[in-house]
Write a protein that binds this ligand. Structure first.
Ligand SMILES: *Cc1c(COP(=O)(O)O)cnc(C)c1O
Length: 360
């Protein structure tokens, strides 16, 4: 099934106003967005229109009870000017996993991919060319019923917009471990990429900022010691030559960068172990002098090195300039994305105009 996407182009592009060497993060939107609506059990009205405000009824269910899920992905450009998508089918799969948990309708993969392909192809002149820069793509699905009452909505909107971004988190980050606040608990919605997880994290993140830390490092909600993840990233530790990342357990977001980084490391000969890791083990490793690297992985930052972690009264200091594995992973992903190195995993897909359905 492939449905036609109608395109209504803007008469005034704002592309000429963009300074590609100085892109403020999260503030610049491209000209167009993609919209689709779900009603009477089916997705319809596939369309690309100029980015604009969308009128919403005050009773909109998403606002009151939080049925909202999203994705974050990136497009880059190769030397031939092609727009390249990075593992888009993985994002479709995860969007549908989030939808399932939040009682929202699945979006068939072909509708998702046709939308991403067509919109990114249309906006490809917005893709910054410098290594580490990209076009950030934000798919979003939310409830649209205008009725008050706690139940799943019958209607939804799916949309995608894009934003050019420069390199994210260029500096190493500092993390605060809380034994008090939690992000997610097994059985909850931590594995879904849903808006509420972020709402819940804002207050603790603010406390971390007040203490001089960039983000919280989340530990589990029961024993308060098993490391989960960080802000918008999954976390990796390199201890005595071995790379360890917490095993996904139902409360950790299954990052696509996490998965990719694991493949890249293993392919390069590193030992990567996915298992529960406690913050006490990290502390012990630090004291023994075998905690070699700590870094986060996520679409936005790709890899973000960690230079300081506060756990209870102790502070772990790391010299991120000496990290080797993290830089290897970051360079590999960034260079792969612009085809500077071979895409041996076949993760890149050239974005194409699919506004006219391909007839078999
Ligand atoms: C999106 C996200 C990540 C990273 O996932 P990627 O697919 O690698 O971008 C990690 N943690 C949370 C909480 C997230 O929302």
């Amino acid at each position: 099934m492939s449905a036609k996407i109608s395109i209504n182009k803007t008469s005034v592009s704002s592309l000429s106003k963009l300074d590609f060497d100085n892109i403020p993060f999260g503030k610049v939107f491209t000209d167009h967005m993609y919209l689709a609506d779900y009603e009477n059990g089916e997705w319809k009205d596939f369309r690309i229109v100029p980015v604009d405000f969308m009128p919403t009824h005050p009773g909109n269910l998403a606002w009151h009870y939080g049925q909202a899920i999203f994705e974050g992905m990136k497009a880059t450009r190769d030397a031939d000017g092609n727009a390249l998508l990075f593992r888009p089918e993985q994002h479709s799969i995860r969007l549908n996993e989030s939808a399932h948990r939040m009682c929202m309708p699945e979006l068939p993969e072909d509708i998702f991919l046709d939308a991403v392909h067509t919109l990114v192809n249309l906006e490809k002149n917005w893709i910054p060319q410098q290594e580490g820069s990209a076009l950030y793509i934000r798919p979003l699905m939310y409830a649209t019923d205008a009725t008050i009452g706690v139940r799943p909505s019958d209607t939804y909107r799916f949309l995608i917009f894009c934003m050019p971004v420069g390199p994210y988190y260029p500096k190493p980050v500092s993390l605060l471990v809380s034994r008090e606040y939690v992000r997610a608990v097994k059985g909850g919605v931590g594995e879904a990429k849903t808006a509420g997880n972020y709402a819940a994290s804002l207050y603790p993140a603010l406390l971390a900022k007040k203490q001089g830390y960039d983000q919280m490092m989340w530990v589990d909600a029961i024993e308060h010691k098993w490391v989960q993840e960080v802000g918008t990233m999954n976390i990796f530790f390199k201890i005595n030559g071995e790379i360890i990342t917490p095993a996904t357990d139902g409360a950790i977001l299954k990052g696509i960068t996490r998965k990719s980084v694991i493949d890249i490391f293993r392919d390069h000969g590193y030992t990567v172990t996915e298992r529960p890791i406690s913050i006490d083990e990290v502390e012990e490793a630090y004291e023994k002098g075998i905690l070699e690297e700590v870094f986060g992985s996520g679409t936005a930052a790709v890899i973000s090195e960690v230079e300081r972690i506060k756990v209870d009264d102790k502070i772990i200091h790391l010299d991120a300039s000496k990290f080797v594995a993290s830089k290897f992973a970051k360079n590999t992903i960034n260079q792969l994305r612009i085809r500077k190195i071979e895409d041996k995993f076949n993760w890149l897909v050239v974005a194409e105009d699919r506004s006219v359905p391909v007839t078999a």
